[in-house]
Design a protein. Structure first.
Length: 410
């Protein structure tokens, strides 16, 4: 949308933001974004002591509706608003954006249009953002160029001397002007979900870093993108009950980092339209899983009848990652670890909880993605929070994999 159009509607945009609704997208700004509800915020709150709460919403066909990131920032609402609404803060939020590249083109009232450049190992392009704000509670970024047309809606809620922040986004990377992003999205239907949850986490942590620094408070440990250590902790039945307002809309859970800034784990839950015991039985038979998600394949070594080993392969246009997996059956699910391969050291755990006539699968993982491939290592080292985001994206794709595997077998 051009700045000429914005001059006539900033009041409408701000009014929509203030009363709780995002404005209908115009032109190439992507689909309409739904703001969070207070029950969702209250449910997400239960995860804040562990990390960032997340929700991935998809339609019945599996297409992304929007990704949502929720967390608490140790800064006043006014400080967080100043960061999110300041174009000059973007290089601190996204390390691959250079300070010199940020240029405000036009500014009228609450509306700002600015350009920026993203320079990374694989991605190098110009972005244009049109922004509207409702101080001090909301800022909306309408992305015209860059990763793809789309919207990112920031909602800020005072929480004493801190701020609860909810980021809702849908960036249509399949329509990106950058060929690699289009290629990835069209080759793998799960890529839009993976990209949006990843970009959302990276952006949220960037805002958290800049706002905490401006507030003069202790920041989180610098991220490393490396995998941490220690036992996994899947979401319990009690935590899942608390997260019900989020689970009604999709895959929900938490992303955690440890005291050294490493990837501690992602823990996600997802409703399945199949009995719990049927889901458990399928988990114990990797040879029956098939490959219902494009780009993800599970293969049992020829002649192996133990049911304990399989090979996980993730295939993308620019790289393929393959790793050995060892499965340990449990009465309520399974534990998995990678003893060798490109994801060596990866661990995951899945638990199945009865839910009426269906079930809820609760998974936790720590994928050792940084060491999987030189391209991945480069991307993670350029922006270490990308490693944390990749871990959550991989687990979310796996949850979708199990849903399709069990529901397709009915």
């Amino acid at each position: 949308m051009s700045m000429r159009c914005w001059k006539h509607i900033p009041g409408l945009v701000v009014a929509c933001l203030v009363i709780g609704g995002a404005p209908q997208a115009l032109g190439e700004t992507g689909p309409k974004i739904r703001p969070p509800t207070m029950p969702e915020i209250n449910a997400a709150r239960s995860m804040f002591d562990r990390g960032l709460a997340v929700l991935i919403e998809s339609n019945p066909h599996g297409a992304l509706v929007q990704a949502n990131i929720y967390g608490r920032i140790d800064a006043l609402q006014a400080t967080v608003f100043d960061v999110v609404s300041d174009p000059d803060a973007l290089p601190g939020i996204l390390p691959c954006v250079s300070k010199e590249s940020v240029q405000v083109r036009e500014r009228t009232g609450s509306a700002i249009t600015y350009r920026w450049e993203y320079n990374a190992a694989l991605l190098d392009f110009e972005g244009v953002t049109s922004q509207a704000s409702a101080p001090p509670a909301a800022v909306q970024w309408l992305l015209q160029k860059g990763f793809g047309p789309g919207q990112m809606l920031w909602r800020l809620y005072p929480d004493g001397d801190r701020t609860i922040v909810a980021l809702s986004l849908n960036v249509e990377v399949a329509k990106s002007p950058h060929s690699i992003l289009r290629w990835l999205s069209r080759a793998n239907p799960s890529q839009p979900q993976a990209f949006n949850i990843g970009h959302g986490v990276v952006s949220f942590r960037g805002v958290q870093h800049v706002a905490t620094k401006r507030a003069g408070r202790k920041a989180l440990p610098p991220p490393t993108g490396k995998a941490g250590a220690g036992p996994l902790r899947t979401l319990s039945a009690g935590e899942i009950k608390t997260l019900a307002p989020l689970l009604q809309r999709g895959i929900a859970g938490v992303i955690e980092q440890d005291a050294q800034g490493r990837v501690q784990q992602a823990a996600l839950a997802h409703r399945i339209a199949a009995p719990a015991q049927k889901m458990i039985d399928l988990m114990h038979r990797p040879g029956a899983w098939g490959s219902p998600v494009q780009g993800v394949e599970m293969q049992v070594p020829e002649g192996d009848t133990s049911g304990e080993r399989f090979v996980l392969s993730l295939s993308f246009p620019v790289l393929t990652i393959s790793t050995d997996m060892h499965l340990t059956n449990r009465a309520d699910g399974m534990d998995i670890e990678s003893p060798s391969g490109q994801l060596k050291g990866t661990v995951a755990a899945w638990r199945v909880i009865p839910d009426g006539q269906g079930a809820i699968i609760s998974g936790a993982s720590r994928f050792n993605v940084r060491d999987s491939h030189r391209l991945v290592r480069t991307m993670v080292d350029e922006d270490p929070y990308f490693g944390h985001a990749l871990n959550a994206s991989c687990l979310a794709i796996w949850a979708r994999f199990f849903q399709l595997a069990i529901e397709g077998a009915r």
